[in-house]
Design a protein around this ligand. Structure first.
Ligand code: ADP
Ligand code: TRP
Length: 336
């Protein structure tokens, strides 16, 4: 008997906005890299998605380079993962045009990013669509094309993106139904949110929108400065402290060894260690673990040609996959 084992496909896109922080690392990047060990992985930089909000060319270019260097620095292996820029795969945009013909406008009216923009406008007494560009409105179509072109089985995303994956399912079903053929694979969203919620400087979820982040690749000095900003309670040096109550300890655990964790747990409970010292200890383990990543990141940033070559190579592989899906669809549609 002969079994043919085909690996399932995981795909996700990362928008190049702002610099990566340690919440992104533990909540999204690390889990995605783990998934890449078990799946055929296709990870891409969603640069045209970013254009909707980023109109400064230099800023966008930097953000794209930063995201690419970031993923490569933390261990994405471009030999194993097809890693590319969305903009380098024109098939995505052709598929988006086809999908638009199968997307009810009402479906997009209900998409949360557009709905939220309309609601903000209404609350301010503005025209419903003030400041809304068509890129924002049709965002879910482009995202559906990103996903469906590559026959993705699973799409790891934050909770706010699940609705977009559901829209991709709806559009794929409409296409398959119309041509009475399974031309497009129906993808499933995979939320990684519960894997690890990393607290920020103020104890709330670390997020760019709360301005409480610790960047992943900042210099040692900048890292130390951020750690010293962590908010603590007023317990004195001698008072025993509950490690479970402190984001300093939670962050420490993400970087320390098992032995260090147990030892630190005892030191919190025993009293005699002030918050200043707890922060120094956190800095020590974080800097130890992040230094090699930072060095790799800086090396990639200083060699943009090398990075561009990696992404070009990824785009070539992506296009080979993409052209097959697109050819099937064009032929089914009577075009091409
Ligand atoms: P931000 O909230 O800083 O804008 P994004 O929305 O760009 O972050 O998040 C990108 C990815 O990183 C998402 O998958 C999100 O779930 C994950 N992520 C962001 N912040 C955290 C955090 N504090 N803990 C765990 N995961 C996070
Ligand atoms: N919309 C996603 C975000 O804002 C990024 C993204 C674009 C994406 N295309 C995708 C994610 C396809 C998964 C699959 O985070």
């Amino acid at each position: 008997m002969c079994y043919i084992f085909t690996m399932k496909t995981v795909l996700t896109g990362v928008k190049p906005t702002g610099s990566l922080h340690i919440g992104n690392y533990f909540g999204a990047i690390k889990p995605a890299l783990t998934l890449a060990e078990k799946y055929e992985a296709r990870y891409f930089i969603a640069d045209y998605h970013a254009l909707n909000t980023m109109k400064d060319a230099a800023e966008l270019k930097n953000a794209i380079r930063g995201i690419a260097a970031g993923w490569l620095a933390v261990g994405l292996d471009p030999e194993k993962v097809v890693f590319y820029r969305q903009s380098a795969v024109p098939e995505i945009f052709e598929l988006a045009t086809i999908l638009a013909a199968f997307t009810a406008k009402g479906l997009l009216n209900r998409a949360h990013a557009y709905k939220a923009a309309v609601q903000r406008n209404v609350e301010h007494g503005d025209d419903e669509d003030a400041g809304v560009n068509m890129g924002l409105f049709t965002y879910p179509i482009l995202m559906a094309a990103d996903i469906l072109l590559f026959n993705a089985d699973v799409v790891p995303v934050g909770r706010d993106q699940v609705q977009h994956v559901e829209i991709a399912q709806d559009i794929a079903k409409a296409v398959n139904f119309n041509y009475k053929k399974n031309l497009l694979k129906i993808p499933e969203a995979l939320t990684l949110e519960n894997s690890e919620v990393v607290p920020g400087l103020d104890g709330r979820k670390m997020s760019k929108s709360y301005d409480n982040t610790i960047p992943l690749f900042s210099s040692g000095a900048a890292l130390r400065k951020q750690i010293m900003r962590i908010v603590t309670n007023s317990q004195g040096v001698d008072e025993p402290k509950n490690p479970g109550d402190s984001q300093i300890f939670t962050l420490y655990c993400l970087f320390a060894s098992e032995t260090e964790r147990l030892e630190m747990d005892k030191r919190y409970r025993a009293g005699g260690m002030g918050w200043g010292e707890a922060k120094e200890e956190l800095f020590r383990v974080m800097n130890r673990e992040l230094s090699p990543l930072r060095e790799r990141f800086n090396a990639f940033i200083s060699e943009p040609d090398h990075m561009d070559a990696i992404l070009r190579d990824g785009a070539e592989k992506a296009r080979a996959i993409a052209s097959r899906t697109l050819a099937g669809l064009r032929s089914a549609a009577g075009i091409g």
